[in-house]
Design a protein around this ligand. Structure first.
Ligand SMILES: *[C@@H]1O[C@H](CO)[C@@H](O)[C@H](O)[C@H]1NC(C)=O
Ligand SMILES: *[C@@H]1O[C@H](CO)[C@@H](O)[C@H](O)[C@H]1NC(C)=O
Ligand SMILES: *[C@@H]1O[C@H](CO)[C@@H](O)[C@H](O)[C@H]1NC(C)=O
Ligand SMILES: *[C@@H]1O[C@H](CO)[C@@H](O)[C@H](O)[C@H]1NC(C)=O
Length: 955
């Protein structure tokens, strides 16, 4: 929770003592000496980001990076962050006028570099954030020294006090021990910055002598083992802007001297204090009302003490307060009613107290709040209205209070929201969720409230979603792509109906609890994929059927399937005493005779019907015969100006651009009225035998249906030329060829460059639109049965259209049973159910579409030409074994801006290629999921790359 506010601050305050040398002996010799010295440094330390840019042929070394000159002589060297580890060379001090040296953030690991004593003019030295070790030499020079964050051990030498001109001494985060660091330091009356924090000093009181350092503005004394009370003597430090004494063993009441500066007794508003941190001590008593006088205070940390009483209202009036942390005390009463009204409050943390009443009305009225952490108190009532539009909010932790009322809907808003953690469990909130939660959510805990309505599709970064004991209803959404990072999902004791979607298998869950709902149907075999699942509770539902044997693959620590209607033999790995209490009240369950769990009946022997679902490779069919054209009939579906002669005369071998199983494809140029020439694609299908007259009629009827389809994402069938022996289907020609060419067989002419992510996404959306139209808007639905990247054609603008729609049906009507079996899909794109039944509904296309999504994201081919490799299986395996990792993605789309989206589309591909057709999403669902990107990119202002068409769903 605590942000480290020091890290960047202390370096900033290291002050240069500006006493410049009065005159220099200038000679050309000296210049070239300095040139040589610098070149020596470059050779010695080797290449580094800054040294690498030094131009060794130029004598103008004063212009080199990190080098500052005065009167032609080097006076300052700043080489922070250069990864130096080789010690500091003695030659450095040959730069006679060097007075400023910054070597912070390197990897020096020697003892304190005493060679620097030879730099006689050096006044500013920053060696912080290295790994210097050993003791600080007793004869440390007159430096404004920052040695913070090193490993320097031993005592701080009292000789430090011989150099009273020091303005800044930063020795924090070293290994200094000893008990009283004050001896020498209290002599340094010019000090403005003093940091001794985080050193393992022996327990000792706060040095009263520090009261002499009246010019201090920055005093950081955290983690120093300081004991006793905060001494009154520090009241002379009237210039302080930061005072931190956190993480010590200080006791007594909270420091009252802060506003009792003797000098300023009647002028307290002049106090400079901006940041006060006395957290993690043993301070007692109440918080004094006089804190309200510290008008410059931005940060007030009093957490982890034993403070009691109520919080004085004056603190709520402070005009500059940004961050207030009072947690882990014994505070009671209400929380500052005007908090947030008078200042740009960003962070409030008051958990683990006894606070009550409502949250302040104005808490977020300045719209700057990013954290509200108030758990474990007795707050009640509704959340303040000012939370509406509190769009910077990231953390909201309200749990274990007695809040009521509707949870503000605006906080779920996807658009501006940064909210990532919402923990509001154990209150009495009501409300509903939008379909999608903001992408940034990582944790949502709403247990034991009264939320109702459907379960949201969760956000992409979500790790934990706990919603037990609410009133959520409806089905578990199939679209769990947004939840692929979730490890813990608890939806128990709600009113969820429907069945468990097979898509659950894509989740990398450790814990799944769906108990106490009204879920029916089977337990999906996809559970077998959830290899890291250790806790599974599906008890008290209406699940039926057998427990899938895939569950054998899991290593469950906890399993509860009690109180369902499950039947059949329990999978062998579960027939074991460890799961004795997992199956109560499922009268149909049984165990094998030799492996019995107590209280369960022995199964009667039954025959095992083979359910071998392995995919079979369909013999590829290739049409090779050439045709004779006779008895032509031209059927036109569009106003066309070319004739059948134009088409036929183009069917020469040199115009042949491809040949598929069902025939050859020609690219021909036909005269098309006054507009000039029109490029056509002609697909020639070989009948194989003469059709009976009635079949010919059926065929033409079928072609007519297809010819009348008008959809931007389906290649237009312009006309059909039919003879008794062959059919010519004439399509519009697509300039950019097929997706297959762009992904897998790039050549310099057709596909010269890789497709970028936005093009790929647009192709996926176009394809989904086309399929969605055919499946859902045509009656009866038209199934493609051979969706593959080779059938996806790209026009001049890379908009995708699906080719060969309905070809399968045409061929059925053409009476060619051989090619009907042959067009039973392409290996790598066929779903498992298609392999042996050769039938299937729209879900066949969904599967093939999923494969295309996998091709688009991974750049891999759908099949390697044999039964050994199949992209869909590969993807499942990768996903299960390694999760979403960058090497899944095609190298050409590893653009950090889109990786997350590519992962989501990949996961969608995995879901679409699920084994069980009924659990695959519909094309409408898929399109909906993809359109989310369109909306997202549109918000980002990338309209030109993404289609502006209204989606089918909206129409
Ligand atoms: C380096 O300095 C020389 C001499 O001044 C100059 O000619 C050359 O262009 C410089 N090289 C670069 C990379 O700046
Ligand atoms: C403090 O500084 C004075 C000179 O300014 C010096 O004489 C004295 O020894 C110093 N005391 C300590 C403890 O270093
Ligand atoms: C505090 O002092 C004790 C006793 O010298 C020591 O063991 C401990 O490490 C110190 N604590 C810290 C945080 O330095
Ligand atoms: C504060 O701590 C000091 C030293 O640890 C102890 O002697 C003193 O009694 C404590 N005072 C109170 C009020 O607890």
């Amino acid at each position: 929770m605590a942000k480290n506010y020091y890290a960047s601050f202390f370096l900033f305050f290291t002050v240069l003592i500006s006493i410049m040398p009065k005159s220099y002996q200038q000679s050309t010799d000296q210049y070239s000496d300095e040139h040589q010295i610098l070149l020596g440094l470059e050779r010695y330390w080797g290449s580094s980001p800054v040294l690498g840019r030094w131009n060794s042929t130029s004598s103008d070394y004063c212009s080199w990076g990190g080098v500052t000159c005065m009167n032609g002589m080097v006076t300052a060297i700043s080489l922070a962050n250069q990864n130096f580890s080789k010690s500091i060379p003695t030659s450095l001090c040959l730069l006679k006028n060097l007075n400023y040296l910054d070597l912070s953030y390197n990897n020096f690991s020697t003892s304190f570099p005493t060679i620097l004593y030879n730099c006689s003019k050096l006044m500013y030295l920053d060696l912080s954030n290295n790994v210097f070790a050993g003791h600080l030499p007793a004869d440390i020079n007159s430096l404004s020294a920052s040695l913070s964050t090193n490993h320097i051990t031993g005592r701080i030498p009292t000789s430090i006090g011989w150099f009273p001109r020091l303005k800044s001494l930063q020795l924090d985060a070293n290994q200094f021990d000893g008990s009283n660091p004050s001896k020498g330091i209290s002599n340094l009356t010019n000090l403005e910055v003093l940091t001794l924090a985080e050193n393992p000093f022996r327990p000792a009181p706060v040095p009263v002598e520090f009261g002499k350092l009246t010019r201090l503005t920055y005093l950081w004394l955290s983690g120093m083992n300081m004991t006793g009370e905060i001494p009154e003597s520090l009241s002379s430090l009237t210039e302080l802007t930061l005072l931190s004494m956190s993480n010590n063993k200080l006791n007594g009441t909270i420091l009252t001297w802060i506003w009792q500066h003797k000098k300023l007794q009647y002028f307290v508003t002049a106090l400079n204090l901006m940041e006060l941190d006395v957290s993690s001590n043993k301070l007692t008593g109440a918080i004094p009302d006089d804190f309200g006088k510290l008008v410059n205070l931005t940060m007030l940390f009093l957490y982890k003490n034993q403070l009691h009483g109520s919080i004085p209202p004056s603190i709520g009036l402070l005009p500059n307060l940004i961050d207030i942390r009072l947690f882990d005390n014994l505070l009671s009463g209400s929380l500052l009613p005007e908090l947030g009204k008078h200042s740009a409050l960003g962070n409030i943390e008051v958990p683990n107290n006894n606070l009550s009443g409502e949250l302040p009305d104005y808490l977020c009225s300045n719209r700057k709040l990013y954290d509200i952490v108030v758990f474990n108190n007795r707050f009640s009532g509704k959340l303040p209205k000012s939370l509406d539009g509190c769009y910077l909010l990231e953390n909201l932790m309200l749990y274990n209070n007695i809040f009521t009322g509707e949870f503000p809907k605006s906080l779920w808003s996807v658009v501006t929201n940064r909210l990532s953690v919402v923990m509001i469990q154990n209150n009495n909130f009501s409300g509903t969720f939008p379909t999608h939660l903001p992408w940034n959510f990582t944790r949502l805990d709403i247990r034991n409230n009264r939320f109702s309505g459907p379960i949201p599709t969760l956000a992409g970064k979500m790790k934990v979603f706990q919603a037990a004991n609410n009133l959520l209803s409806g089905e578990i959404p199939w679209d769990l792509t947004g939840t692929s990072q979730v490890v813990e999902l608890d939806l128990s004791r709600n009113q969820i109906t429907g069945s468990i979607p097979m898509t659950i298998g894509v989740l990398k869950l450790n814990t799944l609890n769906l108990s106490g709902n009204k879920i029916s149907g089977n337990i999906p075999a996809a559970f077998g994929f959830m290899s890291v699942l250790t806790i599974l509770d599906l008890s008290s539902n209406a699940l039926s059927g057998e427990i899938p044997k895939e569950i054998n693959k899991l290593r469950l620590n906890f399993l509860n399937l009690s109180m369902n209607h499950l039947s059949g033999e329990i999978p062998t790995s579960l027939q074991n005493g460890a799961y004795e209490e997992s199956f109560f009240f499922n009268p149909g369950l049984c165990v094998s005779p030799n492996n019995s769990i107590r209280n369960l009946p022995i199964c009667r022997v039954r025959s095992n019907i083979g359910d071998d679902t392995s995919r079979r490779l369909i013999t590829l069919f290739s049409a090779v015969a050439s045709i004779m054209v006779a008895g032509l009939a031209l059927t036109k579906f569009h106003a066309l100006h070319f004739t059948d002669y134009d088409v036929l005369s183009g069917l020469s071998e040199q115009n042949c651009v491809g040949s598929g199983r069902s025939g050859k494809v020609y690219r021909i140029c036909a005269v098309d009225g006054a507009d000039g020439n029109r490029i056509l694609a002609v697909k020639k299908i070989w009948n194989g035998q003469n059709l009976a007259e009635n079949l010919e009629k059926d065929f033409l009827a079928e072609v007519r249906i297809l010819g009348e389809i008008r959809h931007t994402n389906i290649v237009k069938l312009l006309c059909c030329i039919s003879s008794s022996e062959a059919k010519l289907l004439v399509y519009e020609y697509m300039e950019n060829g097929s997706l297959d060419q762009w992904l897998h067989q790039r050549d310099r002419i057709v596909a010269p460059a890789p497709l970028d992510w936005l093009k790929r996404l647009q192709i996926a959306i176009d394809l989904a639109r086309g399929l969605c139209y055919m499946h859902h808007d045509c009656s009866p639905a038209i199934v493609h049965r051979d969706v593959k990247s080779a059938n996806i054609l790209l026009d001049a603008e890379f908009r995708a259209k699906i080719a060969d729609f309905g070809l399968a049906r045409i061929l059925v009507k053409a009476g060619d049973l051989k090619s009907v079996s042959a067009i039973g899909g392409t290996f790598g794109y066929m779903p498992p159910e298609y392999g042996y039944q050769r039938k299937g509904n729209e879900k066949v296309d969904v599967y093939s579409f999923g494969v295309v999504l996998l091709e688009l994201t991974t750049g891999r081919v759908a099949n390697g030409g044999g039964a050994e490799y199949c992209l869909a299986e590969w993807a499942w395996r990768q996903y299960q074994e390694y999760g979403l990792s960058i090497d899944l993605l095609d190298e050409d789309i590893r653009d950090p801006a889109y990786i997350e989206d590519a992962f989501t589309v990949f996961t969608l591909g995995v879901i679409c290629t699920g084994g069980q057709p009924s659990l695959r999403p519909s094309m409408k669902d898929v399109l909906y999921a993809l359109l989310r990107f369109e909306h997202k990119y549109r918000e980002r202002g990338q309209q030109d790359t993404v289609s502006e068409e209204t989606s089918l769903l909206e129409s």
